[in-house]
Design a protein around this ligand. Sequence first.
Ligand SMILES: Cc1ncc(COP(=O)(O)O)c(C=O)c1O
Length: 1004
Amino acid sequence: MESNEILSLLAEHYKLKGSLIPLAGELDLNYKLTIDNETAFIVKISRDPETIASIAFQEALLCHLKEKGIEGEVPQLIQNLSGTYQKEVFLNGKKAILRVLQWVEGRLWSQTNPILSDLRYGLGNHLGNIAQNLQDFKHPFAQRSFEWNLSECLWVEQHLGLFTATELELVTPFITAFKTHQKTYNQLPKSIIHNDANDHNIVVSQALIQPKIIGIIDYGDACYSQTINDLAVACTYGIMDTEDPLAASLPIVKGYHQANELSETAVSHLYHLIGMRLVISLTKAAINKKSHPENKYLLVSEKPAWALLHKWWKINSKRAYYSFRKACGFKAHPNLAKFEQWGKANTFSLKTLFPSQKKQDTLHLDLSVSSLWIENEAAFNDLTYFQYKIERLQEANPHKIIAGGYLEPRPLYTSEDYDIQSNEGPISRCVHLGVDFWLPSKTTVHALLDGRVVMALDRKGEKEYGGFVVLEHQIDAMHFYTLYGHLDPESIAAHKVGDALKKDSLIGLLGNKENNGNWAPHLHFQILLDLLDYTEDFPGVQTYQEQDLWADLCPDPNLLFKFEELKPKLKPTTEDIMPFRKKHLGKSLSIQYQEPLQVVRGHGAYLIDQNGQKYLDTVNNVAHVGHEHPSVVKAGQQQMAVLNTNTRYLHPNLNKAAKAIIDTLPKGLEVVHFVNSGSEANELALRMAYTVTGGKEVIASEHGYHGNTNGTIGVSSYKFNGKGGQGKPKDTHLIPMPDAFRGKYLGENTGSLYAQEVHKTIASIQEQQKTLAGFIIEPIISCGGQVPLPNNFLALAYKAVRAAGGLCISDEVQTGCGRMGTHFWGFELYGVSPDIVTIGKPLGNGHPVAAVVCTQEVAQKFANGMEFFNTFGGNPVSCAIASETLTVVKKEKLQENANQVGSYLIQELKTLQKDFPILKDIRGHGLFIGLELLSDQQNPLALETSYLANRMKDLGILMSTDGPDHNVLKIKPPMVFSFSQADRLLHGLRRVLKEDFLSVPKTL
Ligand SMILES: Cc1ncc(COP(=O)(O)O)c(C=O)c1O
């Protein structure tokens, strides 16, 4: 009824005809008017006296912005037939004002997913631009008294009775803070501001990847207020529903400051203002809940607002202030420059800090993620060994104090206390904020300057500080703090907060691992420009993401000592590495990910980059028993230290490794040839087949990959039919990929149909009077997109091949060594036994060792007089590594783990599939899984698959894509992959699958 009336009003006053869709609105009636499915307008009917009173003001404001030339970004008013922008009308017999505005094309912030930093920056920048252009706009209506005006926020105090005691705990601190800072706040610059950049008023472009801010609509709440309030409002809504709201607010602040410069004083109010805006919203919601229980729109933002207020309240206000300063390009701490100047002018001697030490010089010790000195986690967590190495280093450098560590990203902080949830998944605190001095326990530590004790306690616990002292120093008008960690708690027991400590007086003694948090003895020495309200602790490491902030709050202690040796060491960045690599390394090498990763360390199922960022690795099946598994590493290191030669000498390792492999294989497969790579293994297997059969003809599957050598490329259609490939060699014969899901024959029971293809191929070879040498295939075709073979196919195919005199080669380079979970080898899934098995990737857990295993008969015939010699194949080091890898698979029950975690993953992925139908097929065995992405019309979704892999990387999870159509996501992690890691993967997938680029229906 109402919309018919509105349509006739639109026709009468605007000559506009079309269809109306109602839109959400608090006080106005809002509609979208569409004409001929193209042009669109917003129709606003205002009946509320307050809104009616503001219409002339809004009109003037929009015209002002138009004059300033930012037309496209703000909604344009449309003139009616009388040449004005508003029309008094009667709707349902009541007076109302009708306005029509140009539709701002796009979607709302509230409908956009994901919201990433760039978009938040765009929001701040856009709003800053509007604020900048409104600086010289004046209007009497803007001065009205208005409850949403933050400068009038104290009206909320009359309604505190609506809150529970727990709610009041969150609300009152912000009211108190507002009052405390009101005097300076009142003096902040004022202007007319939009004042309502909430998620229903921000229009975002339709682009599903990297969308941009198009405009901010609805100027109904614009008012004259402190300019900073506009930013506070935008931040409040722009950080709703985030894990880390402070981090989310920073790009908004940065973007705003770039467009409309903020003063340092204004920034100091931002944290409280964001809290206060939430308090206003929640008070309004509480009032409305009472008076309009039926109006859902009024209550819409209540729940996330409480959640945000709770998180915001937990954030230290000073930390927020310093973060905002940094986002604006100021030094995070206002005293930093002063401190640096003072530091430059005053030099301290280590003799003051450690009077018992004769040494005057320092030796830098690199404990960063890429440091080889610290070795792996097993080594650096073995404190006796660590201490032994320190002592050796000290012996070699008797006149130097071993020190270092400022801003070093370290892998040392392995306790869970160091992990935090960021907006992009879990991250760990790993960047060291102080300098460590590696000196013996009981070394005395003395005050560098006069000071006052502000903390002195025993911080017990694994990887904690142990005995811990913080002193406050006052220099001219500036004060700062020095922090001493890992002291003997007894030695500091006498210090009390408030005690004065004179320069040179004793602070305490260095502790030992029993009382210093379980570290090799050292002093952690850190400078703090602010205590950030800590009273019993202070972080000594922070995240890489916040490194720049913390570097300003905790300046380099070496500023006081000025050792050349301790100056920050710059490690090669991605930008340093790329140009050389591009110029001087093979031009056909590829690099994973749009933003390449530099990985410098591995551990278990994780890869770690040069900044200490940990990535959960679901790609590297080469690191079979976990990246840098300590016992495999040790086996290699120990053998390498003693002997490495070739197979022309006897060595027990060769027999031991061969036996370890044979023990896992079915009877009959019992002669081993060691080589160095999967390609070499397949090359040798082919040569065996040629020699044994006298034939040259090989049958292989379409989309198969078997290696990078000439011979193996010749049987890899993935390569010879791929980019740059030279087509199929004449003695290679392809069968269609036995893909029951999307291949030539569809369905579970197509094994015999695909086997018929083998029969046909053999017949055609024989027709040409040629001899079949063999058939090579993987049990699950990896590069083909993790395609398991249909039931009975392999048994029938092997039978046909053998009947024609050929040999059957199972390429287990990807699938072998327990990965299948239920079986140790892939071919066992199908109840067959090949004549030759090739083993590669998993065998050396990253070390280049591979093997070809065949029957006695094949081995006999292959030994035709020509020596098989491979310089590196079967060397004692590689064999020690291969044996140990297989031992670890058994000892740690990794095949069972692959079965259990793999089955769980497949089952949960199938649950996920129900919610996200683009996951058209989930397949695989054990920890060798593929997800195929197709549209509803069964078309491959390569871009979506690549998007998924890249976004998962943003969340700290590495995944790879494959398949002839690049639309299969592969999951083949190290076999130590745990249930909780599987959950993290599933959680990440669910999150990304909800994102717009993947969730918009794929109809092509
Ligand atoms: C199934 C299969 N066979 C053989 C190879 C070649 O192994 P390599 O790269 O160790 O030479 C690969 C490598 O990806 C493979 O996936």
